[in-house]
Ligand binder design. Structure first.
Ligand SMILES: Cc1cc2nc3c(=O)[nH]c(=O)nc-3n(C[C@H](O)[C@H](O)[C@H](O)COP(=O)(O)O)c2cc1C
Length: 168
């Protein structure tokens, strides 16, 4: 199974089952294997599987997926840019880390959907407050995870016209 090609955003989950905590830690471990500028440690993870916390997320700004439609999340937290040797790389570093989680989750048969927080000031503020993130660290993005109630399928997004050879 090619998890890179089969991965798709899953927004319907079987809420009667929960991904074990150890598996979620394993997914965070995969994220930490992603490349980072100068190997700096610029992120942390919040595993969210508490009904109480997810209930509070219901009222926060959201996109297509409603927070109550999933029972498990990993929030990616970007460290204070002032504490880094090369600030400004967080969108790249955390984006790469997020992709590792999405791909590994698919590889294990779990559904996932990346939910953008950064760069929306409104979403960052509300997630920082809810999850107790402070000191200039900030919630960068949230990944919904669970047992999928939608099929994985390959959706050919590749357009050969996007490939250039030696010149644009
Ligand atoms: C930066 C970013 C922010 C996103 N935010 C949301 C979101 O708030 N809600 C949501 O349901 N999906 C969100 N998505 C998922 C995209 O809608 C999805 O990746 C896109 O439609 C392509 O579909 P696919 O993931 O199935 O290939 C986001 C994806 C990215 C990369």
């Amino acid at each position: 199974m090619d998890a890179i090609k089969l991965r798709r955003s899953i927004r319907k989950f079987d809420l009667s089952k929960k991904i074990p905590y150890d598996t979620l830690v394993e997914l965070c471990k995969y994220a930490s294997y992603a490349p980072t500028a100068r190997r700096q440690i610029d992120k942390e993870y919040i595993i969210i599987d508490s009904e109480e916390v997810i209930n509070k997320m219901k009222d926060l700004p959201h996109g297509t997926l409603k927070y109550e439609d999933c029972n498990t999340y990993i929030a990616l937290v970007a460290k204070d840019p002032n504490s880094l040797t090369i600030p400004g790389m967080e969108p790249i570093d955390l984006g790469m880390a997020a992709e590792n989680i999405l791909i590994k989750a698919c590889d294990l048969g779990f559904g996932s959907c990346y939910l953008g927080v950064y760069p929306s000031e409104e979403r960052m503020k509300s997630f920082n407050e809810l999850l107790g993130v402070n000191n200039n660290d900030f919630v960068f993005g949230i990944i919904a995870l669970g047992y999928p109630k939608e099929e994985f399928r390959e959706w050919d997004k590749f357009d050969p016209n996007t490939i250039h050879h030696n010149k644009y």
